[in-house]
Design a protein. Structure first.
Length: 192
């Protein structure tokens, strides 16, 4: 079995510390200590903490999009694609609570505001616009309610994030039936 490289160790340490303590509670020196590397080693991989935070986000986003694409087909009916994406997103958050907690911090910070703005406005250079593309198609084909994209996102992502958080915190136990009902309810909330 190969030993993880130092970049991976640094990223993992940053994920754990930021998810637990927030951005300010995870200084670079603590990340280095947690990753078992010298403090200067981090700067070989990341110019500064802002770069580390945004690259970690990009890595997470890429992993999520890979998970969502598994079994996803543009040939399937719209509703089935919607249910697939919602279900897989919720599964991913449940399986990866540290990732979920990191993303909550990220999206509620100035870093995340800029990313969300770019995605909603369509100016993002990311390859991870599957939700935006699907929702725009749904509006164009009059499958989804004629609401601004930001409102449709809120009506979909808000409940998904809330139930993922409540599952992670132990307030509710999401089994497959409850996950399915939750995503169905999100569908009911935005379909015409």
């Amino acid at each position: 079995m190969s030993k993880p490289d130092k970049r991976d160790e640094i990223v993992r340490a940053a994920l754990e510390l930021i998810a637990e303590n927030g951005f300010h509670g995870a200084p670079m020196a603590l990340i280095a200590e947690h990753a078992n590397v010298a403090a200067g080693t981090i700067y070989r991989y990341f110019e500064n903490k802002d770069v580390l935070i945004t690259e970690l986000y990009r890595d997470i986003e890429k992993n999520i999009m890979e998970a969502l694409q598994e079994g996803y087909s543009l040939e399937k009916p719209f509703r089935e694609r919607f249910l697939h994406l919602g279900t897989e997103l919720l599964h991913h958050f449940i399986r990866n609570p540290l990732v979920f907690r990191y993303l909550e911090q990220f999206h509620n910070s100035p870093y995340g505001v800029a990313v969300r703005r770019d995605k909603i406005l369509g100016t993002s250079t990311s390859d991870c616009n599957v939700f935006r593309e699907l929702f725009q198609l749904g509006i164009t084909q009059q499958i989804l309610k004629d609401l601004p994209l930001v409102i449709l996102f809120a009506l979909f992502f808000g409940p998904v994030l809330s139930v993922a958080r409540d599952h992670i915190l132990g307030f509710v136990e999401l089994d497959e039936a409850l996950i399915h009902q939750t995503i169905e309810a999100c569908w009911d909330g935005i379909k015409r």
